[in-house]
Design a protein around this ligand. Structure first.
Ligand code: AMP
Length: 410
């Protein structure tokens, strides 16, 4: 990794402006329902405090509305009510419990009051700024906001991987006005593992792609075809590939726009010598429900009125055999409708296999795949589980992520 990390910074007595991802699921009363993301930033937070730095934290929370855009008083009141639930106060309360005091919440993002609060900080103190998306300049990457934010810190740390694919004021623009910008522990780990997959994987390198639509993952597939030894395709998107090969898929998920893409992928894989593994059997159901009747059918045997919701046992065995022969596996997208127990077998078995294969470097994409792995209690047994859905997808697309590119080179 050629970017500064938090350990390269001298934070003693310095004001450390840190972008974190505290965009957590909340309960009705605003309290924190799932604090995984807050805990994920604790290592960087505690590091700065232990080294005697002053920590200014910023994050967005949800999607606040703009009351000025309301077309009626009633709509305006609704927006204001929703925005009130997106204030950072409950997050600050939660963080206070996790770090044991010393967390001050300020009611703005920038401005004289915030600057005064920062000026009064002692080493080890933490200030949490208000929801960055309350300021319209945040998503617009407004230069004045960036400059004002930069005034709050001597150095900048990015520890919000979930937002590094966005060029916002707090994730990218602000770095132009501070002397040093570094990756926090969380972001550094993400960069290390994705860097390994993309640049210097232990081979064979195998990628598993699943999820719903082919069209959403075209760029990922194209990039992976240049990198991997084996590409495994499961989940909803596999049926578009089957259709492209002329097989009947009954009522299974079809991404019409993806049929030509699938044909191109099949041809390109052959051309590049990439082993492409597609399902050879399928668990079909007569309804999209956990109570549906189910059966296992072979390729081309899905009848009208039935839809494929999980990979079949022969496919699972084939996929697992290929995984066992690999040294690095990157996985994005469940291979079945894992949210329903009846159709979770494929996804769960693959997760179990990876979790119990210490010789395989396993990199799990964020979003649904990370949710599945967490649901099975296997997250800790993977080499790396990404904390960013969109960001991990863009990494695999081979794109330059603005929030990472903006960090200071080593
Ligand atoms: P994505 O956001 O594209 O990664 O898609 C994830 C979603 O794909 C999950 O909610 C899965 O339930 C769904 N999925 C996986 N396999 C299938 C399938 N065979 N049919 C319909 N949906 C599926």
């Amino acid at each position: 990794m050629n970017k500064l990390t938090i350990e390269d910074l001298d934070v003693k007595g310095k004001r450390v402006l840190m972008r974190v991802d505290f965009n957590v699921p909340q309960n009705e009363d605003g309290s924190v329902r799932d604090d995984t993301r807050i805990r994920a930033a604790l290592r960087s937070i505690n590091y700065v405090r232990e080294k005697g730095g002053k920590l200014i934290l910023m994050s967005h929370l949800g999607r606040p509305g703009d009351p000025n855009k309301a077309e009626s008083e009633e709509e305006k009141a609704k927006i204001l009510k929703k925005n009130a639930t997106l204030k950072m106060d409950p997050i600050a309360d939660h963080l206070r419990k996790l770090v044991g005091g010393n967390v001050k919440k300020v009611d703005d993002i920038v401005g004289p009051d915030v600057e005064a609060a920062v000026a009064a900080m002692e080493p080890g103190d933490i200030i949490l700024l208000e929801n960055t998306r309350f300021n319209k300049g945040e998503t617009k990457n407004n230069p004045e906001l960036c400059e004002q934010l930069a005034k709050l810190g001597d150095v900048y740390v990015s520890d919000a991987f979930g937002t590094v694919h966005r060029a916002h004021a707090s994730t990218e623009g602000v770095t132009k006005y501070v002397s040093q910008s570094a990756a926090g522990f969380l972001v550094a780990k993400e960069m290390e593992y994705f860097g390994r997959v993309l640049n210097s994987p232990d081979r064979p390198l195998l990628a598993i792609l699943g999820g719903a639509k082919v069209s959403d993952k075209i760029t990922v597939i194209e990039n992976l075809l240049n990198l991997v030894d084996t590409l495994v395709i499961g989940g909803g998107m596999a049926y578009t590939f089957m259709k492209a090969q002329g097989y009947e898929i009954g009522n299974s998920l079809l991404d019409e726009g993806g049929i030509d893409v699938a044909k191109t992928v099949l041809a390109k894989a052959k051309e590049k010598g990439v082993e492409l593994l597609l399902p050879v059997d399928t668990v079909v159901a007569d309804a999209f429900s956990n109570d549906a009747n189910t059966k296992v059918v072979g390729l081309g045997e899905i009848e009208a009125g039935w839809e494929g919701l999980d990979i079949g046992p022969k496919t699972l065995e084939m996929f697992c055999d290929a995984i066992k022969k690999s040294k690095t596996v990157v996985w994005n997208g469940p291979v079945g409708v894992f949210e329903m127990e009846k159709f979770a077998v494929g996804t769960k078995t693959i997760a179990d296999l990876l979790a119990n294969s210490p010789n395989i470097t396993s990199v799990i994409g964020g979003g649904d795949t990370a949710a599945a792995v967490a649901q099975y209690g296997l997250a800790d047994k993977m080499s790396h589980v990404s904390t960013g859905g969109g960001a991990s997808l863009e990494m695999l697309e081979g794109k330059e992520l603005p929030g990472l590119a903006a960090l200071t080179d080593k």
